[in-house]
Design a protein around this ligand. Structure first.
Ligand SMILES: Nc1ncnc2c1ncn2[C@@H]1O[C@H](COP(=O)(O)OP(=O)(O)OP(=O)(O)O)[C@@H](O)[C@H]1O
Ligand SMILES: [Mg+2]
Length: 351
């Protein structure tokens, strides 16, 4: 097991810099998720840690060692890919044993490790099958097994669940989390799925256009997003953003609605409020004109606009509720649940 230090890490392809000054300290045994939209640089960063991409500038340390110049095989890591990358002509057992054979471990040790990993993953009965005789979930387990037998210092995962159907993804997600807790191996996991990121990670590194927007626990990101980007990316349905002004100790919305806050500063702001923090209240100041209702069973989503404006507004209310299109529904918003952002820099403003 090992800590990982990423220091002022940059990656360029030709003249184009795709990762900019990445900083991060990953603790021994920690499960880190790198999350962000397509093309933000997640795989590139992971592949740099793996040694599959060169480092343009900066440093990667795994444990005590600077690994920039080390081959992938010298880094003591194991990687699990989206497409599993199993050898089709080899049995499950041979697939799992392959890396160990290359490292010239004894046959007895190879058998011991493969069978132990197969038991952990509950795939012992498939050891003599070929990959094509397995379901997607079972193949995913074999790919995990191949990583486990290596007994590495670090696991690296690149979207390992994205070929699975929704239900199996949720199941495998829990299994990966349990497995990582049991083995205690430092892990970096890449996904573009914010729910997967929130449920798996001890901490999340949110990447946007090659920059780290925020690096924190799921709850820190949810409660105190550092930017409009993080605020809109974490949480579903996404946070509402409304143009507003802070003056005389209040937030004033564009339709004149006033919400008291404890802020002495006067400024134009972007007000952020999560749909689940709008509380239905007949006297509430925030009126939503309903355009569409989504019944999700456990809760009901109201989509529409802020009264008197064309600003989109979504509210999530608990349980079943019936609303008519065109109807006005009033909400209040506790000041402690409001987020304020600078409309220019898109950074969080402290109240
Ligand atoms: N070999 C390459 N040469 C030039 N540009 C590249 C190369 N590999 C990746 N890029 C660029 O680097 C950026 C980051 O790519 P990367 O694959 O890391 O994104 P990602 O976050 O993993 O996206 P996705 O979620 O789609 O997998 C992209 O703009 C991509 O076009
Ligand atoms: Mg990728």
């Amino acid at each position: 097991m090992a800590e990982i230090h990423l220091t002022d890490l940059t990656k360029s392809y030709g003249p184009t810099e795709v990762l900019h000054h990445i900083e991060g300290h990953i603790q021994d045994g920690e499960f880190i998720v790198i999350v962000g939209p397509s093309g933000c640089g997640k795989s590139t960063l992971l592949r740099m840690v793996a040694g599959l991409e060169t480092v343009s500038s900066g440093e990667i340390r795994i444990g005590e060692r600077r690994v920039n110049e080390l081959e992938p095989s010298e880094r003591d890591i194991a990687m699990v890919f989206q497409n599993y990358a199993l050898y089709p002509h080899m049995s499950v057992r041979a697939n799992m044993a392959y890396g160990l054979k290359i490292r010239k471990l004894s046959q007895a040790e190879i058998n011991r490790r493969v069978e132990e990993a197969a038991d952990i993953l509950e795939i012992r009965q498939y050891l003599d099958r070929k990959p094509r005789q397995l379901s997607g979930g079972q193949r995913q387990r074999v790919a995990m097994g191949r990583a486990i037998v290596r007994d590495p210092q670090v696991f690296l995962f690149d979207e390992p669940l994205s070929n699975l159907d929704a239900k199996l993804r949720v199941q495998m997600r829990l299994e990966i989390r349990k497995l990582q807790q049991r083995l205690g191996v430092t892990s970096i996991y890449v996904t573009h799925d914010q729910v997967e990121a929130m449920t798996l990670g001890d901490r999340l590194m949110v990447l946007n256009g090659g920059y780290v927007e925020q690096f924190g626990t799921p709850i820190e990101l949810y409660d105190r997003p550092a930017s409009i980007f993080v605020a809109g990316f974490i949480g579903s349905p996404a946070m509402n953003f409304l143009p507003a002004e802070v003056k005389d100790g209040s937030v004033v919305l564009s339709n004149g609605v006033i919400i008291p806050v404890e802020s002495p500063k006067e400024a134009n702001v972007t007000l952020g409020i999560r749909p689940e923090h709008l509380q239905p209240e007949p006297e509430g100041a925030i009126a939503l004109q309903v355009e569409m209702v989504e019944q999700l069973g456990a809760n009901t989503l109201l989509h529409g606009t802020l009264q008197g404006t064309d600003k989109a507004l979504t509210a999530s209310v608990a349980g079943h509720a019936t609303y008519e299109n065109g109807e006005f529904v009033n909400f209040s918003a506790p000041a402690s649940m409001l987020h304020l952002f600078d409309p220019e820099t898109e950074s969080r403003l402290e109240l």
